[in-house]
Design a protein around this ligand. Structure first.
Ligand code: ADP
Ligand code: MG
Length: 623
Protein backbone atom coordinates (compact mmCIF):
# COMPACT_ATOMS: atom_id res chain seq x y z
CA UNK A 1 0.00 0.00 0.00
CA UNK A 2 1.26 3.32 -0.86
CA UNK A 3 0.92 5.91 1.85
CA UNK A 4 0.57 9.49 1.08
CA UNK A 5 2.73 11.24 3.60
CA UNK A 6 1.17 13.98 5.65
CA UNK A 7 2.58 17.45 5.33
CA UNK A 8 4.20 17.23 8.77
CA UNK A 9 6.03 14.02 7.95
CA UNK A 10 7.09 15.25 4.56
CA UNK A 11 8.60 18.30 6.13
CA UNK A 12 10.39 16.34 8.80
CA UNK A 13 12.04 14.27 6.11
CA UNK A 14 12.68 17.14 3.80
CA UNK A 15 14.14 19.20 6.61
CA UNK A 16 17.06 16.84 6.72
CA UNK A 17 18.38 18.34 3.55
CA UNK A 18 18.39 22.02 4.39
CA UNK A 19 18.15 22.11 8.14
CA UNK A 20 20.45 19.81 10.00
CA UNK A 21 21.85 22.09 12.70
CA UNK A 22 21.65 25.60 14.15
CA UNK A 23 24.19 26.66 11.58
CA UNK A 24 21.80 25.97 8.72
CA UNK A 25 18.90 27.68 10.49
CA UNK A 26 20.94 30.86 10.90
CA UNK A 27 22.20 30.60 7.34
CA UNK A 28 18.73 30.31 5.84
CA UNK A 29 17.30 33.09 7.98
CA UNK A 30 20.14 35.51 7.27
CA UNK A 31 19.96 34.72 3.55
CA UNK A 32 16.26 35.47 3.61
CA UNK A 33 17.00 38.82 5.28
CA UNK A 34 19.60 39.56 2.59
CA UNK A 35 17.13 38.57 -0.13
CA UNK A 36 14.65 40.99 1.48
CA UNK A 37 17.23 43.75 0.85
CA UNK A 38 17.86 44.42 4.51
CA UNK A 39 20.64 46.88 5.36
CA UNK A 40 20.65 45.98 9.04
CA UNK A 41 20.53 42.42 10.33
CA UNK A 42 20.70 41.30 13.93
CA UNK A 43 21.36 37.69 14.83
CA UNK A 44 21.01 36.34 18.34
CA UNK A 45 21.68 32.78 19.40
CA UNK A 46 21.36 31.01 22.71
CA UNK A 47 22.49 27.58 23.77
CA UNK A 48 24.50 27.11 20.61
CA UNK A 49 21.36 27.99 18.66
CA UNK A 50 19.54 24.90 19.86
CA UNK A 51 17.60 26.87 22.43
CA UNK A 52 16.97 29.99 20.40
CA UNK A 53 17.90 31.67 17.15
CA UNK A 54 16.51 35.07 16.32
CA UNK A 55 17.16 37.01 13.14
CA UNK A 56 15.80 40.53 12.83
CA UNK A 57 16.06 42.57 9.67
CA UNK A 58 14.88 45.91 8.29
CA UNK A 59 14.05 44.44 4.90
CA UNK A 60 10.86 44.71 2.94
CA UNK A 61 8.76 42.50 5.19
CA UNK A 62 6.00 39.97 4.54
CA UNK A 63 2.38 41.00 4.02
CA UNK A 64 -0.46 39.68 6.17
CA UNK A 65 -1.72 37.41 3.36
CA UNK A 66 1.73 36.05 2.62
CA UNK A 67 2.60 35.28 6.21
CA UNK A 68 0.97 31.80 6.29
CA UNK A 69 2.41 31.10 2.85
CA UNK A 70 5.92 31.66 4.10
CA UNK A 71 5.44 28.50 6.15
CA UNK A 72 4.35 26.41 3.20
CA UNK A 73 6.79 24.08 1.50
CA UNK A 74 7.65 25.10 -2.02
CA UNK A 75 6.18 28.51 -1.47
CA UNK A 76 8.47 31.26 -2.57
CA UNK A 77 8.12 34.82 -3.72
CA UNK A 78 11.37 34.59 -5.60
CA UNK A 79 10.34 32.45 -8.55
CA UNK A 80 7.18 32.59 -10.59
CA UNK A 81 7.88 30.49 -13.63
CA UNK A 82 10.33 27.79 -14.51
CA UNK A 83 12.13 30.25 -16.77
CA UNK A 84 12.90 32.42 -13.74
CA UNK A 85 15.25 29.67 -12.63
CA UNK A 86 17.80 30.84 -15.14
CA UNK A 87 17.84 34.40 -13.96
CA UNK A 88 17.30 34.01 -10.25
CA UNK A 89 19.48 36.45 -8.35
CA UNK A 90 18.39 35.74 -4.80
CA UNK A 91 20.10 33.35 -2.40
CA UNK A 92 16.98 31.27 -1.80
CA UNK A 93 14.37 30.27 -4.32
CA UNK A 94 13.19 26.78 -3.49
CA UNK A 95 10.82 28.03 -0.83
CA UNK A 96 11.48 25.20 1.55
CA UNK A 97 13.69 26.62 4.27
CA UNK A 98 11.07 28.22 6.48
CA UNK A 99 8.71 25.26 6.12
CA UNK A 100 11.50 22.86 7.03
CA UNK A 101 12.60 24.87 10.04
CA UNK A 102 9.02 25.36 11.22
CA UNK A 103 8.42 21.61 11.08
CA UNK A 104 11.14 20.87 13.62
CA UNK A 105 10.93 23.81 16.01
CA UNK A 106 8.74 26.41 17.63
CA UNK A 107 8.86 29.28 15.20
CA UNK A 108 7.43 32.77 15.23
CA UNK A 109 7.55 35.39 12.53
CA UNK A 110 6.70 39.01 13.19
CA UNK A 111 6.77 41.10 10.06
CA UNK A 112 5.79 44.55 8.89
CA UNK A 113 5.81 46.03 5.44
CA UNK A 114 6.21 49.74 5.08
CA UNK A 115 2.87 51.50 5.42
CA UNK A 116 1.14 48.38 6.72
CA UNK A 117 0.60 46.99 10.22
CA UNK A 118 2.82 44.39 11.79
CA UNK A 119 1.53 40.83 11.95
CA UNK A 120 2.67 37.79 13.82
CA UNK A 121 2.30 34.10 13.17
CA UNK A 122 3.56 31.19 15.26
CA UNK A 123 3.88 27.52 14.63
CA UNK A 124 4.78 24.54 16.73
CA UNK A 125 6.25 21.60 14.89
CA UNK A 126 4.75 22.96 11.70
CA UNK A 127 1.24 23.42 13.09
CA UNK A 128 0.21 27.01 12.51
CA UNK A 129 -1.70 29.23 14.89
CA UNK A 130 -3.68 32.26 13.67
CA UNK A 131 -2.26 35.46 12.27
CA UNK A 132 -2.51 38.22 14.85
CA UNK A 133 -1.76 41.90 14.72
CA UNK A 134 1.45 42.77 16.49
CA UNK A 135 3.81 45.63 17.20
CA UNK A 136 7.06 45.96 15.37
CA UNK A 137 9.26 48.05 13.13
CA UNK A 138 9.48 47.68 9.36
CA UNK A 139 11.08 44.39 8.52
CA UNK A 140 10.97 40.85 9.78
CA UNK A 141 11.87 39.06 12.96
CA UNK A 142 12.05 35.29 12.90
CA UNK A 143 12.50 33.41 16.17
CA UNK A 144 13.27 29.70 16.17
CA UNK A 145 13.17 27.95 19.53
CA UNK A 146 13.84 24.41 20.69
CA UNK A 147 15.21 23.11 17.44
CA UNK A 148 14.39 19.40 16.91
CA UNK A 149 12.21 19.31 20.05
CA UNK A 150 9.89 16.90 18.21
CA UNK A 151 12.60 14.81 16.55
CA UNK A 152 14.78 13.58 19.45
CA UNK A 153 16.82 11.36 17.16
CA UNK A 154 18.06 14.38 15.23
CA UNK A 155 18.75 16.26 18.44
CA UNK A 156 21.29 13.59 19.29
CA UNK A 157 23.32 14.39 16.21
CA UNK A 158 23.98 17.92 17.34
CA UNK A 159 27.35 18.75 18.80
CA UNK A 160 27.96 20.52 22.09
CA UNK A 161 26.58 24.04 22.49
CA UNK A 162 30.08 25.45 22.18
CA UNK A 163 30.75 23.61 18.97
CA UNK A 164 27.45 24.54 17.38
CA UNK A 165 28.01 28.13 18.46
CA UNK A 166 31.49 28.04 16.97
CA UNK A 167 30.13 27.03 13.60
CA UNK A 168 27.50 29.74 13.66
CA UNK A 169 30.07 32.33 14.69
CA UNK A 170 32.43 31.34 11.89
CA UNK A 171 29.63 31.71 9.42
CA UNK A 172 28.62 35.08 10.85
CA UNK A 173 32.19 36.28 10.41
CA UNK A 174 31.92 35.30 6.76
CA UNK A 175 28.62 37.11 6.36
CA UNK A 176 30.21 40.26 7.77
CA UNK A 177 33.10 39.96 5.34
CA UNK A 178 31.15 39.03 2.24
CA UNK A 179 28.40 41.61 2.82
CA UNK A 180 30.36 44.65 3.93
CA UNK A 181 27.51 46.98 3.05
CA UNK A 182 25.13 45.37 5.53
CA UNK A 183 25.34 46.36 9.19
CA UNK A 184 25.38 43.14 11.20
CA UNK A 185 24.98 42.75 14.94
CA UNK A 186 25.58 39.33 16.40
CA UNK A 187 24.93 38.23 19.96
CA UNK A 188 25.84 34.94 21.60
CA UNK A 189 23.96 34.25 24.84
CA UNK A 190 23.19 37.93 25.20
CA UNK A 191 26.77 39.02 24.67
CA UNK A 192 27.75 41.10 21.68
CA UNK A 193 30.20 39.18 19.55
CA UNK A 194 30.39 41.04 16.24
CA UNK A 195 29.16 44.38 15.07
CA UNK A 196 29.74 45.84 11.64
CA UNK A 197 28.48 49.13 10.31
CA UNK A 198 27.88 48.48 6.66
CA UNK A 199 30.59 50.95 5.71
CA UNK A 200 32.95 48.76 3.76
CA UNK A 201 35.28 45.83 3.78
CA UNK A 202 38.06 47.32 5.86
CA UNK A 203 35.60 48.12 8.59
CA UNK A 204 34.10 44.63 8.39
CA UNK A 205 37.57 43.13 8.61
CA UNK A 206 38.26 45.16 11.72
CA UNK A 207 34.92 44.06 13.19
CA UNK A 208 35.78 40.40 12.74
CA UNK A 209 39.51 40.31 13.40
CA UNK A 210 40.23 43.56 15.22
CA UNK A 211 41.73 46.78 13.94
CA UNK A 212 45.28 45.59 14.60
CA UNK A 213 44.82 42.83 12.05
CA UNK A 214 43.99 45.36 9.36
CA UNK A 215 47.31 47.02 10.14
CA UNK A 216 49.12 43.81 9.34
CA UNK A 217 47.61 43.38 5.91
CA UNK A 218 48.22 44.39 2.36
CA UNK A 219 45.09 45.52 0.64
CA UNK A 220 45.06 44.44 -2.96
CA UNK A 221 42.81 44.92 -5.93
CA UNK A 222 43.53 44.01 -9.51
CA UNK A 223 42.18 42.41 -12.59
CA UNK A 224 43.95 39.84 -14.72
CA UNK A 225 42.50 38.20 -17.78
CA UNK A 226 39.01 39.15 -16.75
CA UNK A 227 39.46 37.72 -13.27
CA UNK A 228 39.15 40.28 -10.54
CA UNK A 229 41.06 39.67 -7.33
CA UNK A 230 40.75 41.88 -4.28
CA UNK A 231 40.95 41.70 -0.54
CA UNK A 232 43.50 41.54 2.24
CA UNK A 233 46.68 39.52 2.61
CA UNK A 234 48.49 39.19 5.91
CA UNK A 235 52.06 40.44 5.72
CA UNK A 236 55.08 38.18 5.85
CA UNK A 237 55.32 38.30 9.61
CA UNK A 238 51.67 37.74 10.27
CA UNK A 239 50.77 34.10 10.23
CA UNK A 240 48.28 31.92 11.98
CA UNK A 241 48.43 28.46 13.53
CA UNK A 242 45.69 27.04 11.32
CA UNK A 243 43.72 27.61 8.16
CA UNK A 244 40.66 28.99 9.84
CA UNK A 245 42.00 32.48 9.18
CA UNK A 246 41.67 32.07 5.45
CA UNK A 247 38.53 33.23 3.72
CA UNK A 248 37.93 32.99 0.04
CA UNK A 249 34.83 34.30 -1.64
CA UNK A 250 34.18 33.43 -5.26
CA UNK A 251 31.53 35.59 -6.84
CA UNK A 252 30.36 36.57 -3.39
CA UNK A 253 30.07 33.07 -2.05
CA UNK A 254 32.32 31.61 0.65
CA UNK A 255 34.23 28.63 -0.66
CA UNK A 256 37.12 26.43 0.23
CA UNK A 257 39.15 25.76 -2.86
CA UNK A 258 42.37 23.81 -3.21
CA UNK A 259 43.63 25.62 -6.26
CA UNK A 260 43.39 29.07 -4.76
CA UNK A 261 44.53 27.81 -1.37
CA UNK A 262 47.62 26.24 -2.94
CA UNK A 263 48.38 29.34 -5.00
CA UNK A 264 48.33 31.58 -1.95
CA UNK A 265 50.20 29.15 0.27
CA UNK A 266 52.91 28.61 -2.30
CA UNK A 267 53.26 32.32 -2.90
CA UNK A 268 53.98 32.75 0.80
CA UNK A 269 56.38 29.81 0.48
CA UNK A 270 59.53 30.54 2.38
CA UNK A 271 58.03 33.44 4.33
CA UNK A 272 56.26 31.01 6.55
CA UNK A 273 57.60 28.21 8.59
CA UNK A 274 55.93 24.85 8.87
CA UNK A 275 52.55 24.73 10.47
CA UNK A 276 52.02 28.41 9.99
CA UNK A 277 49.37 29.55 7.61
CA UNK A 278 48.90 32.84 5.90
CA UNK A 279 46.03 35.10 6.84
CA UNK A 280 43.87 36.20 3.94
CA UNK A 281 40.45 37.44 3.03
CA UNK A 282 40.29 37.21 -0.73
CA UNK A 283 37.55 37.90 -3.19
CA UNK A 284 37.59 36.49 -6.68
CA UNK A 285 35.17 37.60 -9.30
CA UNK A 286 35.29 35.28 -12.25
CA UNK A 287 33.09 34.93 -15.31
CA UNK A 288 30.13 32.75 -14.38
CA UNK A 289 30.89 30.35 -17.21
CA UNK A 290 34.22 29.27 -15.77
CA UNK A 291 33.01 28.47 -12.29
CA UNK A 292 30.74 25.67 -11.18
CA UNK A 293 29.41 26.49 -7.74
CA UNK A 294 27.07 23.56 -7.56
CA UNK A 295 29.60 20.87 -6.83
CA UNK A 296 27.57 20.16 -3.74
CA UNK A 297 24.81 22.51 -2.65
CA UNK A 298 25.64 22.39 1.03
CA UNK A 299 29.38 22.11 0.77
CA UNK A 300 31.59 25.13 0.42
CA UNK A 301 33.29 23.90 -2.68
CA UNK A 302 33.66 25.31 -6.14
CA UNK A 303 35.11 24.02 -9.37
CA UNK A 304 36.89 26.10 -11.97
CA UNK A 305 36.84 25.24 -15.63
CA UNK A 306 40.52 26.03 -15.78
CA UNK A 307 42.46 25.62 -12.56
CA UNK A 308 45.67 26.76 -14.14
CA UNK A 309 44.53 30.18 -15.11
CA UNK A 310 43.14 30.69 -11.60
CA UNK A 311 46.30 29.35 -10.02
CA UNK A 312 48.51 31.51 -12.20
CA UNK A 313 46.59 34.69 -11.52
CA UNK A 314 46.39 34.27 -7.79
CA UNK A 315 49.96 33.06 -7.44
CA UNK A 316 51.48 35.84 -9.47
CA UNK A 317 49.51 38.57 -7.73
CA UNK A 318 50.19 37.31 -4.20
CA UNK A 319 53.86 36.60 -4.77
CA UNK A 320 54.43 39.95 -6.44
CA UNK A 321 52.95 41.71 -3.43
CA UNK A 322 54.92 39.65 -0.92
CA UNK A 323 58.19 39.80 -2.76
CA UNK A 324 57.74 43.47 -3.43
CA UNK A 325 58.51 43.26 -7.14
CA UNK A 326 57.64 46.01 -9.53
CA UNK A 327 54.23 44.57 -10.34
CA UNK A 328 53.19 44.92 -6.72
CA UNK A 329 52.47 48.60 -7.18
CA UNK A 330 49.80 47.72 -9.65
CA UNK A 331 48.13 45.32 -7.26
CA UNK A 332 48.36 47.17 -3.98
CA UNK A 333 45.53 49.44 -2.99
CA UNK A 334 47.22 50.36 0.21
CA UNK A 335 49.92 49.05 2.39
CA UNK A 336 48.63 48.79 5.90
CA UNK A 337 51.90 47.32 6.96
CA UNK A 338 54.13 49.94 8.43
CA UNK A 339 57.39 48.22 7.87
CA UNK A 340 57.82 45.75 5.11
CA UNK A 341 59.80 42.64 5.71
CA UNK A 342 61.23 42.72 2.22
CA UNK A 343 64.35 44.63 1.39
CA UNK A 344 62.74 47.01 -1.04
CA UNK A 345 60.40 49.68 0.18
CA UNK A 346 57.57 50.23 -2.19
CA UNK A 347 56.53 53.81 -2.32
CA UNK A 348 52.78 54.06 -2.71
CA UNK A 349 51.86 57.25 -4.48
CA UNK A 350 49.08 58.85 -2.47
CA UNK A 351 46.97 59.42 -5.55
CA UNK A 352 46.83 55.70 -6.16
CA UNK A 353 45.19 54.92 -2.88
CA UNK A 354 41.56 54.34 -3.57
CA UNK A 355 39.24 55.19 -0.78
CA UNK A 356 36.08 53.79 -2.25
CA UNK A 357 36.61 50.12 -1.99
CA UNK A 358 35.65 47.81 -3.58
CA UNK A 359 33.32 49.69 -5.94
CA UNK A 360 35.79 51.00 -8.50
CA UNK A 361 35.91 48.30 -11.08
CA UNK A 362 38.53 48.76 -13.75
CA UNK A 363 37.58 47.51 -17.16
CA UNK A 364 39.27 44.22 -17.97
CA UNK A 365 42.23 44.67 -20.26
CA UNK A 366 41.63 41.27 -21.72
CA UNK A 367 38.62 39.11 -21.17
CA UNK A 368 38.95 35.61 -19.92
CA UNK A 369 37.96 34.22 -23.31
CA UNK A 370 40.49 36.42 -25.07
CA UNK A 371 43.15 35.40 -22.63
CA UNK A 372 42.40 31.79 -23.21
CA UNK A 373 42.67 32.18 -26.95
CA UNK A 374 45.96 33.96 -26.66
CA UNK A 375 47.55 31.42 -24.41
CA UNK A 376 47.67 27.86 -25.39
CA UNK A 377 48.69 25.57 -22.65
CA UNK A 378 50.49 22.35 -23.04
CA UNK A 379 49.52 20.63 -19.88
CA UNK A 380 51.18 17.34 -20.64
CA UNK A 381 53.94 16.57 -18.19
CA UNK A 382 57.24 18.07 -19.18
CA UNK A 383 60.40 16.31 -18.18
CA UNK A 384 63.15 17.54 -15.96
CA UNK A 385 62.77 20.27 -13.43
CA UNK A 386 59.21 20.83 -12.47
CA UNK A 387 58.42 23.76 -10.27
CA UNK A 388 55.51 21.81 -8.89
CA UNK A 389 54.12 23.63 -5.91
CA UNK A 390 53.70 21.45 -2.88
CA UNK A 391 49.97 21.34 -2.38
CA UNK A 392 49.17 21.29 -6.00
CA UNK A 393 51.00 18.07 -6.60
CA UNK A 394 48.53 16.07 -4.59
CA UNK A 395 45.74 16.91 -6.93
CA UNK A 396 47.12 17.26 -10.37
CA UNK A 397 50.53 18.18 -11.62
CA UNK A 398 51.07 21.86 -12.15
CA UNK A 399 53.22 21.63 -15.22
CA UNK A 400 52.79 23.84 -18.15
CA UNK A 401 54.54 25.29 -21.09
CA UNK A 402 53.36 28.37 -22.87
CA UNK A 403 53.64 27.43 -26.48
CA UNK A 404 51.84 30.39 -27.99
CA UNK A 405 53.89 33.38 -29.07
CA UNK A 406 54.19 35.61 -26.05
CA UNK A 407 51.39 38.15 -26.00
CA UNK A 408 52.42 41.80 -25.72
CA UNK A 409 51.46 41.78 -22.10
CA UNK A 410 53.54 39.41 -20.02
CA UNK A 411 51.06 36.84 -18.92
CA UNK A 412 50.49 35.41 -15.51
CA UNK A 413 52.05 32.07 -16.28
CA UNK A 414 55.21 33.36 -17.79
CA UNK A 415 55.57 35.56 -14.77
CA UNK A 416 54.82 32.71 -12.47
CA UNK A 417 57.38 30.46 -14.10
CA UNK A 418 60.07 33.11 -14.11
CA UNK A 419 59.41 33.73 -10.46
CA UNK A 420 59.74 30.09 -9.55
CA UNK A 421 62.94 29.80 -11.52
CA UNK A 422 64.36 32.86 -9.86
CA UNK A 423 63.42 31.53 -6.48
CA UNK A 424 64.99 28.21 -7.17
CA UNK A 425 68.15 29.90 -8.34
CA UNK A 426 68.30 31.86 -5.13
CA UNK A 427 67.80 28.75 -3.11
CA UNK A 428 70.51 26.93 -4.92
CA UNK A 429 73.16 29.49 -4.22
CA UNK A 430 75.69 27.28 -2.57
CA UNK A 431 79.31 28.17 -2.22
CA UNK A 432 82.19 25.97 -1.26
CA UNK A 433 82.94 27.17 2.29
CA UNK A 434 86.66 26.70 1.71
CA UNK A 435 86.66 29.44 -0.93
CA UNK A 436 85.15 32.05 1.41
CA UNK A 437 87.45 34.36 3.32
CA UNK A 438 86.25 35.44 6.74
CA UNK A 439 86.65 39.19 7.04
CA UNK A 440 85.31 39.87 10.49
CA UNK A 441 82.25 40.68 12.46
CA UNK A 442 79.96 43.69 12.34
CA UNK A 443 77.97 44.91 15.35
CA UNK A 444 78.70 41.55 16.96
CA UNK A 445 75.82 40.22 14.87
CA UNK A 446 76.80 39.97 11.21
CA UNK A 447 79.71 37.91 9.98
CA UNK A 448 81.36 39.12 6.79
CA UNK A 449 82.74 36.77 4.16
CA UNK A 450 84.32 37.60 0.85
CA UNK A 451 84.55 35.63 -2.34
CA UNK A 452 85.70 37.16 -5.61
CA UNK A 453 83.60 40.25 -6.24
CA UNK A 454 80.90 39.31 -3.75
CA UNK A 455 80.51 39.95 -0.05
CA UNK A 456 78.18 37.98 2.18
CA UNK A 457 76.75 39.16 5.46
CA UNK A 458 75.54 36.37 7.65
CA UNK A 459 73.21 36.85 10.56
CA UNK A 460 74.88 34.66 13.15
CA UNK A 461 71.74 34.11 15.17
CA UNK A 462 69.59 33.19 12.18
CA UNK A 463 72.25 30.86 10.83
CA UNK A 464 72.86 29.13 14.10
CA UNK A 465 69.16 28.79 14.74
CA UNK A 466 68.68 27.18 11.35
CA UNK A 467 71.46 24.70 11.95
CA UNK A 468 70.20 23.66 15.35
CA UNK A 469 66.72 23.37 13.96
CA UNK A 470 67.88 21.15 11.11
CA UNK A 471 69.64 18.88 13.58
CA UNK A 472 66.61 18.65 15.82
CA UNK A 473 64.30 17.94 12.93
CA UNK A 474 66.64 15.33 11.51
CA UNK A 475 66.78 13.61 14.82
CA UNK A 476 63.03 13.72 15.33
CA UNK A 477 62.21 12.44 11.89
CA UNK A 478 64.80 9.69 11.92
CA UNK A 479 62.99 8.42 14.99
CA UNK A 480 66.09 8.50 17.08
CA UNK A 481 63.91 10.16 19.62
CA UNK A 482 65.15 10.18 23.10
CA UNK A 483 62.98 10.80 26.06
CA UNK A 484 63.78 12.74 29.15
CA UNK A 485 61.90 11.41 32.16
CA UNK A 486 60.31 14.10 34.28
CA UNK A 487 60.96 14.39 37.97
CA UNK A 488 57.32 15.07 38.63
CA UNK A 489 54.88 13.65 36.08
CA UNK A 490 52.52 16.11 34.50
CA UNK A 491 48.84 15.30 34.76
CA UNK A 492 46.53 16.84 32.23
CA UNK A 493 42.86 16.92 33.14
CA UNK A 494 40.57 17.54 30.23
CA UNK A 495 36.94 17.14 29.28
CA UNK A 496 35.64 13.94 27.76
CA UNK A 497 35.77 15.16 24.19
CA UNK A 498 39.36 16.33 24.55
CA UNK A 499 40.19 13.13 26.33
CA UNK A 500 38.89 11.00 23.49
CA UNK A 501 40.89 13.10 21.08
CA UNK A 502 44.12 12.84 23.09
CA UNK A 503 43.78 9.10 23.59
CA UNK A 504 43.71 8.72 19.82
CA UNK A 505 46.95 10.71 19.66
CA UNK A 506 48.77 8.69 22.32
CA UNK A 507 50.67 6.38 19.96
CA UNK A 508 51.93 9.35 17.98
CA UNK A 509 52.89 11.25 21.09
CA UNK A 510 54.92 8.27 22.25
CA UNK A 511 56.55 7.98 18.87
CA UNK A 512 57.65 11.58 19.21
CA UNK A 513 59.30 10.97 22.54
CA UNK A 514 56.55 11.61 25.03
CA UNK A 515 55.67 9.01 27.59
CA UNK A 516 51.97 9.44 27.99
CA UNK A 517 49.25 7.20 29.32
CA UNK A 518 45.63 7.21 30.39
CA UNK A 519 45.38 8.16 34.03
CA UNK A 520 41.84 7.47 35.18
CA UNK A 521 38.80 9.64 34.65
CA UNK A 522 39.58 11.96 31.81
CA UNK A 523 43.20 12.62 32.71
CA UNK A 524 46.40 11.86 30.88
CA UNK A 525 49.72 11.40 32.63
CA UNK A 526 52.90 12.59 30.93
CA UNK A 527 56.00 11.14 32.53
CA UNK A 528 58.64 11.91 29.90
CA UNK A 529 59.13 14.47 27.16
CA UNK A 530 61.33 14.46 24.03
CA UNK A 531 64.92 15.10 24.97
CA UNK A 532 65.24 18.05 22.63
CA UNK A 533 62.32 19.68 24.28
CA UNK A 534 63.19 19.36 27.92
CA UNK A 535 61.99 22.83 28.66
CA UNK A 536 58.73 22.55 26.82
CA UNK A 537 55.81 24.27 28.51
CA UNK A 538 53.41 21.34 28.61
CA UNK A 539 50.41 23.43 29.55
CA UNK A 540 50.94 25.65 26.53
CA UNK A 541 51.78 22.73 24.28
CA UNK A 542 48.65 20.77 25.06
CA UNK A 543 46.67 23.96 24.98
CA UNK A 544 47.73 24.34 21.37
CA UNK A 545 47.06 20.71 20.55
CA UNK A 546 43.57 20.99 21.95
CA UNK A 547 42.81 24.34 20.40
CA UNK A 548 43.40 22.89 16.99
CA UNK A 549 41.13 19.99 17.78
CA UNK A 550 38.03 22.14 17.39
CA UNK A 551 38.90 23.42 13.97
CA UNK A 552 40.46 20.30 12.59
CA UNK A 553 39.32 17.28 14.44
CA UNK A 554 42.89 16.24 14.16
CA UNK A 555 46.20 17.92 14.08
CA UNK A 556 49.56 17.16 12.69
CA UNK A 557 51.34 16.70 15.96
CA UNK A 558 54.64 16.28 14.22
CA UNK A 559 54.23 19.73 12.71
CA UNK A 560 53.35 21.22 16.03
CA UNK A 561 56.47 19.69 17.45
CA UNK A 562 58.55 21.19 14.68
CA UNK A 563 57.18 24.48 15.76
CA UNK A 564 58.33 23.78 19.27
CA UNK A 565 61.69 22.66 17.97
CA UNK A 566 62.05 25.95 16.16
CA UNK A 567 61.53 27.91 19.33
CA UNK A 568 63.83 25.57 21.19
CA UNK A 569 66.43 26.17 18.48
CA UNK A 570 65.88 29.88 18.77
CA UNK A 571 66.53 29.79 22.49
CA UNK A 572 69.61 27.65 22.09
CA UNK A 573 71.18 29.63 19.24
CA UNK A 574 73.78 32.34 19.73
CA UNK A 575 72.13 35.70 19.89
CA UNK A 576 73.01 38.81 17.99
CA UNK A 577 75.34 40.84 20.16
CA UNK A 578 77.37 37.84 21.26
CA UNK A 579 80.93 37.79 20.04
CA UNK A 580 82.02 34.81 17.95
CA UNK A 581 85.68 33.90 17.69
CA UNK A 582 87.19 33.57 14.21
CA UNK A 583 87.17 29.83 14.60
CA UNK A 584 83.53 29.80 15.58
CA UNK A 585 82.67 32.03 12.63
CA UNK A 586 84.51 29.72 10.26
CA UNK A 587 82.95 26.60 11.64
CA UNK A 588 79.52 28.19 11.31
CA UNK A 589 79.97 28.68 7.57
CA UNK A 590 81.33 25.15 7.23
CA UNK A 591 78.30 23.81 8.99
CA UNK A 592 76.11 25.85 6.71
CA UNK A 593 77.91 24.08 3.91
CA UNK A 594 78.10 27.44 2.17
CA UNK A 595 74.35 27.45 1.60
CA UNK A 596 73.49 31.12 1.17
CA UNK A 597 69.84 30.46 0.41
CA UNK A 598 69.06 29.33 3.95
CA UNK A 599 66.36 30.94 5.98
CA UNK A 600 65.91 30.78 9.71
CA UNK A 601 62.98 28.68 10.95
CA UNK A 602 60.91 31.86 11.11
CA UNK A 603 61.53 32.56 7.45
CA UNK A 604 64.10 35.35 7.72
CA UNK A 605 67.12 35.11 5.41
CA UNK A 606 70.35 33.89 6.89
CA UNK A 607 72.63 35.53 4.34
CA UNK A 608 72.55 38.79 2.43
CA UNK A 609 74.77 39.24 -0.58
CA UNK A 610 76.36 42.47 -1.75
CA UNK A 611 78.26 42.80 -4.98
CA UNK A 612 81.40 44.85 -5.24
CA UNK A 613 79.72 46.82 -8.02
CA UNK A 614 76.84 47.75 -5.71
CA UNK A 615 79.33 49.23 -3.28
CA UNK A 616 81.09 51.03 -6.08
CA UNK A 617 77.82 52.54 -7.15
CA UNK A 618 77.27 53.85 -3.65
CA UNK A 619 80.66 55.54 -3.82
CA UNK A 620 79.87 56.80 -7.32
CA UNK A 621 82.92 55.05 -8.67
CA UNK A 622 80.67 53.64 -11.31
CA UNK A 623 77.21 54.72 -12.41
P1 ADP B 1 13.00 30.94 -0.32
O1 ADP B 1 13.97 31.85 0.37
O2 ADP B 1 13.68 29.84 -1.02
O3 ADP B 1 12.01 31.66 -1.16
P2 ADP B 1 12.03 30.41 2.33
O4 ADP B 1 11.28 29.26 2.88
O5 ADP B 1 13.37 30.69 2.91
O6 ADP B 1 12.15 30.18 0.78
O7 ADP B 1 11.12 31.69 2.45
C1 ADP B 1 9.83 31.67 1.91
C2 ADP B 1 9.35 33.05 1.54
O8 ADP B 1 9.14 33.82 2.71
C3 ADP B 1 10.36 33.86 0.73
O9 ADP B 1 10.23 33.61 -0.65
C4 ADP B 1 9.95 35.29 1.08
O10 ADP B 1 8.90 35.73 0.29
C5 ADP B 1 9.44 35.16 2.49
N1 ADP B 1 10.45 35.58 3.49
C6 ADP B 1 11.19 34.75 4.27
N2 ADP B 1 12.00 35.46 5.08
C7 ADP B 1 11.80 36.76 4.80
C8 ADP B 1 12.35 38.00 5.31
N3 ADP B 1 13.29 38.02 6.27
N4 ADP B 1 11.86 39.15 4.79
C9 ADP B 1 10.93 39.14 3.82
N5 ADP B 1 10.39 38.02 3.31
C10 ADP B 1 10.79 36.84 3.78
MG1 MG C 1 15.21 31.28 1.90
Amino acid sequence: MINVLSKEIYNKIAAGEVVDRPYSVVKELVENAIDAEATEITVEIEGGGKKRVRVTDNGKGISKEDLPRAYLPHATSKLRTAEDLFTVATLGFRGEALASIAAVSRMKIVSKREGESAYSLSSEGGVLSAVTEAAGANGTEVTVEDLFFNTPARLKFLKSDTQEEGEVSNMMARFLLSRPKIAFTYYVNGKLKYRSYGDGLESALAAVYGADTVEKCYEISTEKHGIRIYGYLGNQNFSKPNRSYQSLFVNGRFVINQTVGAAVTNAYGAYLMKRQYPFFVLFLEVPAEIVDVNVHPTKADVRFADNQIIYGCVYSVVSAVLDGNSKALEYLVSNKTEKRAVQEEIPIPKAEVKSTFPESKPQPKMSYEEAKKELSFDVSPVGGRTPAPRLFQENEPFKMKVSAPAPQEKDAFEENRAFLLEKEKKQQEKIDPATLTYKGELFQTYLIYEIGDDAYFIDQHAAHERLIYNRLVARTSSREVLSQPMLVPFVLSVNSEEYAFLVRQLPLLCELGFEAEEFGGTSIKISAVPLDLQNIDLDAFFGEVLSSMETYNGIKLADLLKDKLASAACKAAVKGGEHLTDDEAKSLIREMDGDMGLRCPHGRPVAVKMKKSELEKLFKRIV
